[in-house]
Design a protein around this ligand. Structure first.
Ligand code: EPU
Length: 336
């Protein structure tokens, strides 16, 4: 396996930010991964594991070893919807493969950038569906015990854009693959408002999973910038969960505040995009970074932004929301 040194990470992060990694390698199997970790340990440098780099912000050069996970395989384990997929597969291509194989359910998660390995870490979600509902188990390499461990759905402690794998205590766990239970019957899910609107007036019985896939791709492409064209990492912040009492007082000042079920008693989810939009952020620029014209929750690399430009813009956005609404926004994107 080759180790590279002084590597520009722009092609490996969806913001397209130019920072440099002291050391870099791509691993395609477990023995290469172990070799990479051993190199990092012997060189006494930290290691950073990445997949598609679509949910990270690199704000400075990385002094250690960046390990890009490139494990590939899809195993159709039975004819009842059980499938195991390796961490390095491209998420969107995998969604398409499942649909073409007659394994349904992931269509609402179409076009989410990045790799399969990142999907359970932040429990990706879109258009009324979260990944966790399909996860049977996640296979990880446990660097402390030097063995592969299968984490059941329950072990993963999934939440809204959250799992155990996101936390510093889990730094020694590297996702190798995911086993999912999908459906073998058509199961179109158009519960999400923006998606429902795409099927206005249509008979539900005639809606296929392929049609949902197409609609999700249409809606996403109309609002969210393609990272290959305009660098970005999707939603920069999570949607905040706010107490019902706080909502009541906010509604007095902002009667049009949109509210969604948070799935937790006493709490309401509100769109961070709405708060940012109301605070005037849509389309604004700072240095090479800007806020997407079509979506206030998406920070874009307009003109060769540095990681610092993006981080500073994000900070200003969050503090203006805190000042105006008294709501603290939490980053969805991982800051490195
Ligand atoms: N809105 C605004 N201004 C904007 C954009 C949106 O006011 O510029 C308001 C509208 O009221 C809209 C509401 O915000 O109805 C929600 O917007 P949208 O449907 O685009 O969803 P979101 O809550 O902003 C979440 C996910 C997205 C996912 C969409 C669709 C998070 C942090 N983000 O965004 O996920 O694609 O729902 O399900 O939960 C991502 O995680 O990177 C991501 C893109």
């Amino acid at each position: 396996m080759n180790f590279h040194h002084g590597v520009d990470l722009a092609p490996y992060n969806s913001f397209g930010v130019h920072t440099s990694a002291a050391h870099f390698c791509e691993v395609t199997n477990l023995s290469e991964l172990k070799e990479a970790l051993a190199f990092g340990a012997a060189s006494k440098v930290p290691s950073l594991v990445i997949g598609g780099g679509s949910n990270i912000l690199l704000s400075a050069d990385y002094p250690g070893l960046v390990i890009r996970i490139d494990f590939k395989s899809i195993e159709w384990l039975n004819s009842d919807g059980l499938v195991r997929v390796a961490a390095g597969e491209n998420w969107h291509e995998f969604v398409k493969s499942c649909m073409n194989h007659g394994f349904y359910g992931l269509e609402n998660l179409a076009l989410i950038p990045g790799t399969v390995g990142a999907a359970p870490i932040q429990n990706i979600g879109a258009y009324g569906v979260e990944l966790e509902r399909f996860v049977v188990s996640v296979s990880v390499y446990d660097g402390k015990q030097d063995k592969v461990v299968e984490f059941s759905h329950r072990d993963c402690e999934f939440g809204y854009r959250d799992s155990l794998f996101k936390y510093p205590d889990a730094r020694h766990l590297i996702v190798l693959g995911v086993t999912l239970q999908l459906a073998t019957e058509q199961t179109p899910n158009i519960s999400y408002g923006a998606l429902q609107a795409e099927f206005d007036g249509q008979d539900f019985a005639g809606i296929t999973n392929q049609a949902v896939f197409d609609a999700v791709c249409r809606v996403r492409s109309s609002k969210l910038p393609d990272p290959k064209i305009l660098g970005n990492a999707g939603s920069f912040f999570k949607n905040p969960l706010v107490s019902e009492s706080k909502i009541e007082s906010l509604k007095e000042a902002f009667p049009d505040l949109p509210c969604f079920d948070a799935g937790e008693p006493g709490l309401v989810k509100i769109p961070a995009a709405w708060l940012l939009d109301k605070a005037g952020w849509r389309g604004r620029r700072k240095g090479g970074a800007g806020v997407h014209q079509q979506h206030a929750l998406v920070i874009v690399n307009v003109d060769d932004a540095s990681g610092e430009d993006i981080a500073l813009l994000a900070q200003e956005m969050a503090s203006s929301v805190l000042g105006r609404f008294g709501i603290a926004l939490e980053c969805e994107v991982k800051l490195v």
